[in-house]
Design a binder for this molecule. Structure first.
Ligand code: AP5
Length: 215
């Protein structure tokens, strides 16, 4: 199954892509994670994108599409994938249409206030990338990952100014993709405001072939 998780920052795309990816046995491909890896690694790409990401703007389409094309060519993506945070513009979606077939697009719906609350309290494991929230999904020991014992950190773009900018960029540049994929009959609306288990149930139902009953 080739899936896209579309939605505003903080909607829970990464959290749910981890859960759905494990359940369906397909990789989660997050362009945000790939860019952050390049920044950490000090690569040429990392140097180009760091400031753009910190202020909450989008990385140029040509760089982003090239990165995704390279990632989708790896063998683990041949059995299916979840694109988390890509595409984010119409030109990216057009380019993706030439690279891969898409089966469904989960459209995460959540209001701005929830986004701000979620991103202000987000913590991420430096070692394994597990995602926590200080109130909603807290680790057992403050600042320490339950899964691997790694240190938890706050992303540099999870500051209020960058969060507001990312929301604005989402509305201007990414929201038009809702109509784009609805017209193609691929869009599945998901209420992402409840807890992750409830969101997961909705995604399972949305991906079930029509006519198949819940088990
Ligand atoms: P990216 O890393 O993709 O960030 P984003 O889209 O802003 O999304 P987030 O990772 O912030 O949120 P999420 O929806 O994954 O939420 P999460 O699951 O973590 O992109 C970062 C930057 O990279 C961009 O700004 C841009 O510069 C660049 N970039 C990336 N892709 C690009 C592209 N295609 N083109 C151009 N530039 C690109 O959850 C958030 C918090 O809420 C967590 O604390 C979590 O624990 C909590 N939470 C999650 N779900 C729930 C729930 N159901 N109930 C309660 N709490 C929840």
């Amino acid at each position: 199954m080739n899936l896209i998780f579309l939605g505003p920052p903080g909607a829970g795309k990464g959290t749910l892509a981890g859960l759905v990816g494990r359940e369906y046995g397909i990789p989660q491909i997050s362009t945000g994670d790939l860019f952050r890896e390049s920044v950490r690694g000090g690569t040429e790409l990392g140097r180009k994108v760091k400031q753009i990401m910190d202020r909450g703007d989008l990385v140029p389409d040509d760089l982003t599409v090239a990165l995704v094309k390279e990632r989708l060519a790896l063998p683990d993506a041949h059995q299916g994938f979840i694109l988390d945070g890509f595409p984010r513009t119409i030109p990216q979606a057009d380019a993706l249409g030439k690279i891969a077939r898409i089966d469904a697009v989960a459209n995460f719906q959540v209001d701005d206030e929830t986004v701000i609350r979620r991103l202000s309290g987000r913590r991420i494991c430096r070692k394994c990338g597990a995602i926590y929230h200080v109130e909603n999904i807290p680790p057992q020991v403050e600042g320490v990952c339950d899964r691997c014992g790694g240190e938890l950190y706050t992303r540099s773009d999870d500051q209020i100014d960058a969060i507001r900018k990312r929301l604005q960029v989402y509305k201007q540049q990414t929201e038009p993709l809702i109509r784009y994929y609805r017209k193609k009959g691929l869009l599945r609306d998901i209420d992402a405001s409840a807890d992750p288990e409830h969101t997961l149930q909705q995604i399972r139902a949305a991906l079930r072939p029509s006519g198949e009953q819940a088990g």
